[in-house]
Each structure stands twice: as structure tokens, then as C-alpha cells.
Design a protein around this ligand. Structure first.
Ligand code: SF4
Length: 284
């Protein structure tokens, strides 16, 4: 059995920096560290940092009474301005680990809104990154959608969620232009390069392999997206969260196994999968 692993594995740069920051803080501090929102969409990683003293706050209402002496970390996806102001007011220290790529997206939209552009964001309204973006710009002059629709505005800026699928984004923009009468259109590809590379690797491996293993959290939207791409090109594709789930999949009949991972999947999970395959199948 040949195992082909994607060239792009491990945490993406944004998640990696936020994770390292939390680990450093946990090592240096005897007190618990708070994280506003899930640091990464991966249950094993959340369990690991929780064991070491990190506490995840899901809502502002969860802020503890003694927060004035505590530190809170903002995760890579970012948060709304309102939430950040509340955290600054309530905590002793706020460490903002919003990914620079997300910050650039926010700043770009703000600048273009000032120049009079109405913003169309290709993305999921309920995704935390989009909630954070919307909560930092002029909310009245923005539309978030995954499907093309008619709008009245004439001077329009198109941007995408940083983890959107590039081909789908392009199709969406073409469709929007076809069904609307814009006087001015500005199209910006704001998809994270890391996302694009992982998608390309997934497509390539899915075309070459008999079986695809997509490793990552079941509620990680970028892992789910890689799984959808893998399924398109390789009908024997499996989304597994960890090595335990791999144990239920029978692989002896197949020659080439491709493995890709989401941007919130730690290297440790990949190594466990590779060790399992090496110990249970004849691999090279
Ligand atoms: S996927 Fe890209 S934009 Fe999102 S956190 Fe990672 S590096 Fe930043």
C-alpha cells in the first residue's frame, strides 16, 4: 500500500500562532487562561489545552466575576468590535491573536466602504470569522451570501471568506455580474493562500488515490470543505476525526491511500494515523 500525504499539513499559520501563544501562557502562568471562542475546531486540541488550564468562554455572559485579574486570548478567527471592547473592559489583559489575513480583510473592506463601495461577502453568515468581520465594519452596507441574488447597489466590492472555495467564489461573482446591473465592480480574492493550496493538494491526491482520508474535526468547516472536494474526485473518501475512527475502515483491498488534513488538525493526529497504517498494513 502506498501512502501519499498532502504537502500542506498541520495547523495553518494563524491557528499555529494562536495555539503557541496559549501554550506559552499556560506554561508561564500558574493561573487559568481564558479563550474567547473555540481556539481551534478540533475536540482533541480543546481537550488538551483545557486539561492544562485553558477555559473556553462561549459567550460574553460566561466572563467570570474575577476577570479583572485574568488574561483572555482572542482566537485566530477574530471577534466583533463590541465583543473586543467588552473583553478589554472586563479583563486585566487581552491578547488578540486574530489572524493577520483576517485583519487585512477587515481593513480592506473598511477602506473601500469609506470610498462608497457596497460590500458583497461570499461566505457563511453564521461562520465565526464572518461574524467577526461584519462586527468590525459598517453592517448596513454589506451582504453575506453563498448564492447569487439581485441587489440595488451599483458600486460593488466582492470579497470572500478567507476559507471559501476559490472556484465556487469565481462562479458566484460571474453569476452576480450576469444578473445585476452594476456601474462599478471591484473583485478582490481574499481567500487565504493556505486554503487554496490545501484544496489544490486535495484535488490532486483525490485524482491519484483509491481511498482518501480527510483528517480533522467534524465541525471544522475547512475540513468539511476538503472532504467535499475529495468526494468529488474519489468516491472512497472518508472524513475521520482521529485514528480511532480509522480503525473501522477496511483498507486492505486498496493500493493508494491519500491523506489530507484541515488547518486545525494537529501534526500529532496525522502521525498517529500514519503509525497505525504502518503497523497494520504493508506500506511504502
Ligand atoms: S486559514 Fe488562513 S486566514 Fe484562516 S486562520 Fe489560517 S492562516 Fe489565517
Amino acid at each position: 500500500m502506498e501512502i501519499k500525504v498532502s504537502n500542506r499539513t498541520g495547523f495553518c499559520s494563524g491557528v499555529s500562532k494562536a495555539y503557541d501563544q496559549v501554550k506559552n501562557l499556560l506554561q508561564k502562568n500558574s493561573e487559568e487562561i481564558y479563550i474567547y471562542g473555540e481556539l481551534v475546531h478540533n475536540n482533541d486540541v480543546i481537550a488538551e489545552i483545557t486539561e492544562n488550564g485553558a477555559i473556553t468562554l462561549r459567550y460574553l455572559e460566561d466572563i467570570p466575576k474575577d476577570s479583572q485579574t485574568k488574561t483572555v486570548v482572542i482566537r485566530a478567527h477574530g471577534i466583533t468590535k463590541f465583543e473586543k471592547d467588552v473583553l478589554k473592559n472586563k479583563f486585566f489583559s487581552v491578547i488578540d491573536m486574530t489572524c493577520p489575513i483576517v485583519k487585512n480583510l477587515i481593513n480592506y473592506i473598511k477602506k473601500k466602504q469609506e470610498e462608497g463601495y457596497y460590500t458583497v461577502v461570499y461566505g457563511k453568515k453564521e461562520h465565526p470569522e464572518i461574524q467577526g468581520v461584519i462586527g468590525n465594519i459598517d453592517e448596513k452596507n454589506v451582504l453575506v451570501t453563498l448564492s447569487a441574488l439581485k441587489i440595488d447597489n451599483k458600486k460593488v466590492l466582492f470579497v470572500a471568506q478567507t476559507t471559501a472555495e476559490e472556484e465556487e467564489y469565481k462562479k458566484f461573482v460571474v453569476e452576480m455580474i450576469n444578473i445585476n446591473k452594476f456601474s462599478e465592480v471591484l473583485i478582490k480574492n481574499t481567500i487565504c493562500p493556505e486554503t487554496i493550496l490545501r484544496e489544490k493538494e486535495t484535488e490532486k491526491l483525490s485524482n491519484e488515490c483509491d481511498v482518501m482520508l480527510v483528517l480533522g474535526g467534524k465541525h471544522s468547516s475547512n475540513t468539511n470543505k476538503l472532504f467535499n472536494i475529495a468526494k468529488k474526485y474519489c468516491k472512497r473518501s472518508f472524513h475521520i476525526e482521529n485514528v480511532e475512527e480509522l480503525k473501522n475502515i477496511y483498507l486492505s483491498a486498496y493500493d493508494k491511500i491519500g491523506i489530507v488534513t484541515g488547518s486545525s488538525t494537529p501534526d500529532k493526529d496525522l502521525h498517529e494515523v500514519l503509525d497505525y497504517l504502518k503497523n497494520n498494513y504493508r506500506t511504502f
